[in-house]
Design a protein around this ligand. Structure first.
Ligand code: TF8
Length: 336
């Protein structure tokens, strides 16, 4: 009798804790989120949605503050600060982090994904989790895969409609050997450079070309110093919403779950805003005088074939199992 009463009381506590986690599970937190992109990039919309979700879940106890335009350092520098536990969070492209976790290079393989839907299914599924486990081993918790997006080329020299048009172009690439090899293979004069240096390098004509998703080219104002833009969609770059594992591990399980769940809420909003803004950004850049060129489906196929040596060269470094897993996931998805 006594025992069953105790059981009932315990059950009530458990049910209550699940339905409405005690606020004691949440401490007052205010963490910094480093961004390379400008404040008007859709990451901001995603972070607002994530914050609303966190307010709801934590009774307003968990707050985040966004820093923009690389104010807390570039992608790589900010990520290293997470690993050493001195900074909490960063929204970064995966590409500059291949020196930390080589498997991330899988996302840099040219023409890997054909559509956003394909990219989402791969990243939000088993393959994304597989990569996340590797990131945890190097001190990084990926809360969710956000979006930078399909990359397109802009330049100040000439229209690009086939791979031969890259010949001799002085082109900025991310600090990533797969990108370096992809564009060197198209005979561009490719130079690795951090994102923060790109605008002035284009402005002073130290470089002719760069490649990024439309919304990033727009919000970072690269179009002001470029004349041509081509839809090459040569790769899809995810944004990782990374949290310092050293700091994450000091949070309660409820706080950790709130962070993961709310980062997924923010992700959905951020992706949606990018999809809407993509065409608007392109239209705006055309209005500003950029010449827009489409690249034919046949030419994109030719570019993919031409890029095969890049796959062969980097497969071992990325991990043969990683490349094979993404390829078999895609093959299966495409056959359905
Ligand atoms: C690049 C990336 C950047 C982002 C962002 C600024 O070209 O695509 O758009 O990583 O942090 O460096």
């Amino acid at each position: 009798m006594k025992n069953s009463k105790l059981k009932a009381a315990l059950m009530a506590t458990v049910v209550c804790a699940v339905a409405n986690p005690a606020l004691a599970d949440f401490k007052d937190r205010n963490f910094r989120v480093s961004n390379g992109v400008a404040e008007d990039h859709p990451v901001h919309n995603g972070m607002d949605a994530m914050q609303a979700c966190l307010d709801d879940r934590t009774g307003g106890k968990m707050k985040m503050t966004g820093f923009w335009g690389g104010a807390l350092g570039g992608d790589l520098q900010a990520t290293q600060a997470l690993r050493s536990g001195v900074q909490e969070a960063v929204v970064t492209s995966s590409s500059p982090l291949v020196g930390i976790e080589p498997a991330l290079g899988v996302f840099d393989l040219p023409f890997l994904f054909r559509s956003n839907e394909e990219a989402y299914a791969v990243m939000d599924g088993e393959f994304g989790d597989f990569i996340n486990e590797k990131l945890e081993k190097v001190g990084l918790v990926n809360l969710a895969y956000w979006e930078n997006g399909f990359r397109n080329v802009s330049n100040s020299k000439r229209p690009i409609t086939k791979w031969e048009d890259f010949e001799g172009l002085k082109m900025r690439v991310m600090q990533n050997n797969i990108f370096l090899d992809t564009f060197s293979n198209f005979e561009a004069n490719a130079t690795p450079m951090s994102f923060g240096e790109v605008f002035s390098a284009l402005e002073t004509k130290a470089i002719d070309a760069q490649e990024n998703p439309y919304v990033t080219i727009d919000t970072s104002k690269f179009y002001e110093v470029q004349s041509y833009i081509s839809e090459t969609k040569h790769s899809y770059t995810p944004f990782l919403f990374l949290f310092s594992k050293a700091i994450f591990d000091t949070y309660s399980p409820e706080e950790q779950a709130a962070l993961r769940d709310c980062a997924a809420v923010g992700r959905d909003v951020e992706r949606e805003v990018i999809q809407t803004l993509n065409q608007e950004s392109l239209a705006k850049m055309e209005e500003e005088g950029l010449q827009f060129n489409v690249v034919s489906a046949e030419e994109l196929e030719r570019m993919l074939e031409k890029s095969q040596p890049v796959y062969d060269k980097h497969k071992t470094e990325i991990g043969a199992d990683v490349v094979e897993m993404v390829q078999s996931t895609l093959t299966e998805m495409r056959s359905n």
